[in-house]
Design a protein around this ligand. Sequence first.
Ligand SMILES: [Zn+2]
Length: 82
Amino acid sequence: MSSQISKYRDSVTTRYRCTACGNLTRFDVVETTSIRSFHHFTVGGDLTVEEPEIIAKNVESVTCRWCGHGRAVEPIVESSDV
Ligand SMILES: [Zn+2]
């Protein structure tokens, strides 16, 4: 039933910019990630996790380390979206 969820493009990394202080490199990012994976147990109970796939990723908040808040933080949109 989750066919509308296309495979997450994990090569895409969102960068951020703080327009208040110009910070491009230091952020506190709070995010939740949902991962579906194949848990493969041996008969002895040892677990191997295989084929992890990110099915959802949600950024809760991004805070500038210098300003201490995220009010001026905005994502940098990469234009390499061919
Ligand atoms: Zn800042």
